[in-house]
Design a protein around this ligand. Structure first.
Ligand code: M6R
Length: 613
């Protein structure tokens, strides 16, 4: 989603701002811009629709210079992706970049119009620029003082940075609902929406907290908390690694990330399995608390929500703990009641998803035993604000479509379920042998996934049948039903084919009416105890002329026919089948999107990290 970079330095900072934006590109955006104040105090602003590369070329052409500036990648929320709507927005000498959404921008815009301000964009951000300008003109004071008054008039979410070109010695930032971090340098300081953007210039960071306003100059950093009191925010040395390398020899990052899964899972398992047992050292003393768990509430969005759904089967079947799973954007706006001794688990690749973060903050006032996050980004907001964190070790994921972070998330969840099951051993039948079998299955998983990846070619050929399709159905049963949902999500987000998933037993309750020769039906068919039931569901589709594509495990004995194509998959231990079957679903979506010529790594309208509601 939108990205912010800012700097106050003695040296020219154009290259720093542009490199920062480039490092945030993978999060998704549709236009980019920057503004700098040059040595003579002149404000220079450049904006371009499209890629940061276009902005960098323009910057070179205009020979930008100066030591103070702000830059932004915009993911459109208010107004189309045009140059006029791109940030930074200005009001005379006030310059603003903003992530988030100002919900009361309309009444504010009306008031500002009455004060004589003319709007040149459709954005909510331009309202902030004029409001700052108006406040400064009316009551004066320092830019920090002005911002303290301005934020009290704003409703919604923001991470924003303000520059006054009349005084380029400082930048002022404000955070509420959208992350911002200060990067400390020597004789220079920086601001960013993500540490990744600033790693080339510093490893020392200070995270702004909700309601903070900060001012950075070349030599000073000051932070005021919500009530206006100066506060010290801890400085940390970043543990984040910039591991975004070239996508070569792959065509897309998504493809590379699909193929990285065996290694990503190995990395995630490393040091956590020992002589047939799961050890999650990071839980440490929290294990005492985990023994008391009677219920688990999992909150997530999108692909992470599908992981949550799979883990519900595991929590209840293996650990004997009841488990509820809910989408964050729903949970946060309903009145919920917590079961006694409930552990709250949030799942998030990015650790910055606005809705998930909002739930975590909300539940702090409710009676939960504690909060645990499974996340791929160290030092992200969810990691910092949760009581416990278990990291997936997938490495940075660039493709907007989650792949390796999904399978590693599931890997962590299975280990967590085992650990909780063992901690509650008195209440449950998870004996040492069951644990040892799961450990064996997890250890074998990377090589099982290698075998699936070797089916890339047949899956690529299968994808050709989808070229003229506009809809698809995905079927699964049991813990493979959420994988059917994930398959449908992957297909729709990168190929733009409308896809739905159903628990196969639900077909006859409505969706069967959709079946005709134009409706491809993708079936996940493991060799498990539900196989006969699934076969009956498949017959229901066949009898109505549906076109079936069955991903069938060895031993399931499906026979290929005119309206039933089979992809033969090797044997897999059933407990890890959801992780294993996610991979052919990813490959299928990838190849269909490739044939359709879609922008696979940055699908239209989507962002990698959804930091607004
Ligand atoms: O970073 P998170 O896991 O919290 O993100 C949640 C969703 O936005 C995300 O999983 C999204 O659905 C995926 N990009 C889909 O592939």
């Amino acid at each position: 989603m939108c990205g912010i970079v800012g700097a106050v330095a003695q040296r020219d900072i154009a290259a720093i701002l542009l490199e920062g934006l480039r490092r945030l590109e993978y999060r998704g955006y549709d236009s980019a811009g920057l503004a700098m104040v040059d040595q003579d105090g002149r404000l220079q602003r450049l904006r371009r629709v499209g890629k940061v590369k276009a902005l960098a070329e323009a910057a070179e052409h205009h020979q930008l210079s100066g030591g103070t500036g702000i830059a932004h990648t915009r993911w459109a929320t208010h107004g189309e992706p045009t140059e006029d709507n791109a940030h930074p927005h200005v009001s005379d000498h006030i310059v603003v970049v903003h992530n988030g959404v100002i919900e009361n921008h309309e009444p504010l815009r009306e008031q500002l119009r009455e004060h004589g301000y003319a709007f040149v964009s459709e954005t909510d951000t331009e309202v902030i620029a004029h409001l700052v300008h108006w406040e400064q003109r009316q009551q004066g004071g320092t830019l920090v003082g002005v911002m303290q008054r301005v934020v009290s008039a704003l409703r919604g979410a923001y991470g924003m940075v303000i520059m006054d070109s009349l005084d380029p010695s400082a930048l002022v930032a404000a955070r509420s609902g959208s992350p911002l971090v200060i990067g400390r340098g020597v004789g220079e300081n920086f601001l960013g929406s993500d540490q990744l953007a600033l790693l080339p210039v510093t490893r020392l960071f200070m995270f702004l907290e909700e309601g903070d306003i900060a001012e950075i100059t070349r030599h000073t950093v000051r932070v005021w908390e919500k009530a206006g009191k100066i506060v010290e925010r801890p400085e940390i040395e970043s543990r984040v690694k910039y591991d975004i390398d070239d996508k070569e020899p792959y065509r897309h990052y998504m493809q590379k990330e699909i193929f990285q899964q065996p290694q990503a899972i190995k990395n995630t398992l490393e040091g956590r399995l020992n002589h047939g047992e799961v050890t999650l050292a990071e839980l440490g003393e929290a294990e005492t608390l985990l023994r008391q768990i009677q219920h688990v509430q999992i909150i997530a969005c999108g692909t992470s929500y599908h992981s949550a759904m799979v883990s519900r089967y595991w929590f209840e079947a293996l650990a004997g703990v009841t488990c509820d799973v809910e989408i964050a954007s729903e949970f946060r706006y309903r009145k919920s009641a917590a079961h006694p001794n409930t552990l709250l688990i949030t799942l998030s690749q990015s650790g910055e998803t606005a809705d998930t973060l909002a739930v975590l903050r909300l539940t702090k006032t409710l009676v939960y035993l504690g909060s645990l996050v499974v996340c791929n980004v160290v030092d992200s907001s969810l990691v910092r604000e949760s009581d416990m964190a278990i990291m997936t070790k997938a490495g940075t994921e660039i493709g907007v479509a989650s792949t390796k972070t999904f399978t590693t998330q599931l890997t962590v969840l299975l280990m967590l379920v085992v650990r909780i099951g063992r901690l509650r051993a008195h209440a449950m039948a998870m004996d040492k042998q069951i644990e040892a079998n799961i450990v064996y299955a997890l250890q074998a998983l990377p090589s099982r996934i290698e075998q699936v990846l070797s089916l890339n070619k047949p899956i690529e050929s299968l994808a050709e049948s989808f070229l003229d399709k506009h809809h698809a159905l995905f079927l699964g049963r049991g813990d493979l039903y959420p994988i059917a949902m994930e398959g449908a999500l992957k297909l729709k987000e990168i190929s733009y084919i409308h896809a739905e998933a159903y628990a196969a037993g639900e077909l006859k309750h409505g969706p069967l009416a959709l079946i005709d020769p134009d409706m491809p039906v993708i079936v996940i068919a493991p060799n498990n105890k539900l196989l006969d039931k699934l076969k009956s569901n498949i017959e229901e589709v066949r009898a109505r002329g549906g076109q079936l594509y069955v991903f069938a495990e060895q031993g399931t004995n499906f026979i290929e026919s005119k309206n039933m194509k089979i992809i033969h998959l090797p044997h897999v231990e059933q407990i890890v089948a959801p992780i294993f079957y996610a991979v052919p679903m990813q490959l299928l979506a990838y190849h269909i999107a490739l044939i359709k010529g879609a922008d696979i790594d940055q699908p239209r309208n989507l962002a990698k990290s959804v930091t607004v509601e």
